[in-house]
Design a protein around this ligand. Structure first.
Ligand code: ZN
Length: 171
């Protein structure tokens, strides 16, 4: 893909490394516009005690503030790992048309559970056609996960059964 700039992805990978150094999972994101960097940011979940502080979400929030608008349709986002459904939705809500990520969850089955809903599927649910490209510098990106055994996903303390979405039935 002509628009992909590996230098920008490397900045996202650097942010992932920095997140791991401070005890968070190694995720980083960069948003660019016309080849210029708008935001570089790392995962802040543990540091900020904020379950929504994923790198991509923080990047979108800051980019909107810096550009003074909610529409990021002239931007690109580089994520060190495939964006989760929450971040993917935010990416599409903000109209970002070009999405590059390095590592896919499939590359790290010992850390991440398999997901049924992936960014490519969510992309199909939007009213524009985003360009989603995975595997950019993936071998470099995998280094950030060396020695990590499992995801630091927050363990639910107050329920023991698996929750399941149930459609309420009316008669
Ligand atoms: Zn996310």
């Amino acid at each position: 893909m002509a628009w992909i700039n590996e230098t920008h992805m490397r900045l996202a990978l650097e942010q992932a490394d920095l997140a791991r150094l401070r005890g968070d999972m190694p995720f980083g994101a960069v948003i660019t516009r016309h080849g210029e960097i708008v935001v570089t940011i790392m995962n802040g979940e543990g540091q900020d005690i904020d379950i929504t502080a994923h790198a991509e979400l923080l990047a979108i929030r800051q980019a909107c503030q810096r550009l003074g608008r909610r529409d990021l349709s002239d931007c690109e986002i580089y994520a060190s790992t495939e964006p989760c459904p929450m971040c993917s939705s935010a990416i599409f809500q903000s109209n970002i048309p070009r999405i590059a990520y390095a590592v896919s969850r499939d590359d790290l089955p010992h850390i991440f559970r398999a997901r049924k809903i992936r960014i490519a599927q969510l992309a199909e649910d939007w009213d524009y056609t985003p360009d989603v490209v995975g595997g950019v510098l993936s071998s470099e990106a995998l280094l950030a996960f060396d020695g990590l055994e499992k995801s630091h996903r927050v363990v639910p303390q107050f329920h023991s059964v698996q929750h399941r979405a149930v459609q309420h039935k009316t008669r």
